[in-house]
Design a protein around this ligand. Structure first.
Ligand SMILES: Nc1ncnc2c1ncn2[C@@H]1O[C@H](COP(=O)(O)OP(=O)(O)OP(=O)(O)O)[C@@H](O)[C@H]1O
Length: 209
């Protein structure tokens, strides 16, 4: 399985965020995206996930049979997408039903993130780091090979950051693919890196205003 991105451009609210973006990501590889606030890191993840349409260029999934890119993706955004009044376990059961291809049970997935003791608590009662770990547990209730992660280790304490880095390395060793946007260093040896810089015309516009 490979993701091939060619000459990709993104425009939001009439502003060109980036253009001419190219990369190829193969099974077992990670791409770490960096850039300043508002550069377009989350927007690139949204393009890959099919939630946004490119302003130019192409995104292709190769060597994946009949499957399309959105069908192989499991995304954890920085807003987490958890339902506050459902318990951690209920949130994961819901995600598994929506995403299909069931893998671990919700409680087993919570164990992977060391938060099984929170299974019966409504997500509204959890701390920021606990919520992030419950959201990341979604990666394990379904077996989808491409993980799109927005700030995967933000709000996590040092041991939890190490845990999540280890789980990402495990996924890559099993042939998975990861695209992660981050401001914090991730311990993924050999990861491809991409820094999104504003195009010149956007910089000029910012100077004018
Ligand atoms: N739903 C939206 N509609 C219109 N513009 C948006 C929307 N979401 C984000 N933007 C704009 O797109 C630009 C890029 O946002 P994006 O969230 O991709 O940046 P980012 O690099 O992930 O930033 P950060 O590091 O702060 O998370 C910003 O100027 C933002 O205002």
């Amino acid at each position: 399985m490979r993701i091939v991105v060619d000459n990709l451009a993104c425009r939001r609210s009439g502003r060109l965020l980036f253009s001419g973006l190219c990369f190829t990501l193969a099974a077992g590889q990670a791409l770490v995206i960096t850039g300043r606030n508002g550069a377009g890191k989350s927007s690139l993840l949204a393009l890959l996930g099919g939630a946004l349409k490119p302003a130019g260029g192409t995104l292709q999934l190769m060597e994946a049979g009949e499957r399309t890119l959105p069908e192989v993706i499991n995304a954890v955004g920085h807003r987490e997408g958890l339902k506050a009044m459902l318990t951690a376990e209920e949130n994961l059961a819901f995600a598994r039903d929506v995403l299909g291809h069931p893998a671990l049970t919700p409680v087993e997935a919570l164990e992977k993130l060391d938060v099984a003791h929170l299974a019966r608590l409504p997500v509204a009662y959890l701390s920021a780091g606990q919520r992030r770990r419950v959201a990341l547990a979604r990666l394990f209730v379904t077996s989808r090979p491409v993980w799109l992660l927005d700030e995967p280790t933000s709000a996590l304490d040092t041991p939890s950051q190490a845990l999540v880095n280890g789980l990402m390395r495990e996924h890559l060793a099993n042939g998975g693919l990861i695209v992660a946007a981050t401001h914090l260093p991730l311990a993924l040896d050999g990861a491809l890196t991409l820094r999104i810089e504003p195009p010149q015309e956007a910089e000029d516009a910012e100077v004018m205003w």
